[in-house]
Design a protein around this ligand. Structure first.
Ligand code: HEM
Length: 140
């Protein structure tokens, strides 16, 4: 599949994803968002974590098994607010530093921050027409 963005194994991605969501589920601010969207069923959570691991393998250039549309999924869930992104990214950063080698953690955190910025920007932009000033261009 060509050259990866930086060295990380599939196992490291799985470990990070499991650790990250274990912490997210306990978080008082964003835990409830995931509880409402995904619930408490272990099987459903394993499915979500497997999808997220494939998202990261795709982002890393390891494989192309991910099919989804993160921007639309986050936009469609009105529970997800732009101001929650720093919380999500903070938990991700701590989990990454706790389970990955330092240089790998720094690289994947930088990537998560860029993706998070664009998702956050998307939420702000696309949700604006509902309660913001009128736009002269049609909403997409
Ligand atoms: C405020 C921060 C965030 C919250 C509360 C949040 C919450 C969620 C929830 C509840 C879902 C499940 C949606 C569903 O299947 O119905 C989801 C899906 C997903 N999230 Fe997030 N998320 C956040 C930020 C991020 C960031 C920064 C990334 C990536 C760096 C990310 C990556 C994904 C991906 C890949 C999916 C699967 C999308 C799909 O099925 O197409 N999320 N998120």
């Amino acid at each position: 599949m060509g050259i990866q963005k930086f060295p990380i194994t599939e196992e490291q991605i799985d470990t990070l994803v499991a650790e990250f969501y274990a912490r997210v589920r306990r978080d008082p601010d964003i835990g409830p968002v995931f509880l409402r969207a995904i619930g408490t069923d272990g099987e459903i959570w394993r499915h979500h974590e497997a999808k997220i691991a494939s998202f990261w393998r795709n982002a890393m250039g390891i494989d192309r098994s991910f099919s989804g549309n993160p921007m639309l999924k986050h936009l469609a869930n009105n529970d997800i607010l732009p101001e929650q992104f720093p919380i999500w990214l903070g938990i991700f950063e701590q989990a990454a530093h706790d389970v990955l080698p330092e240089s790998t953690a720094l690289s994947i955190v930088a990537l998560a921050n860029r993706i998070g910025e664009s998702l956050q920007f998307g939420l702000v932009q696309f949700r604006k027409p509902q309660d913001g000033p009128p736009s002269l261009t049609p909403a997409v």
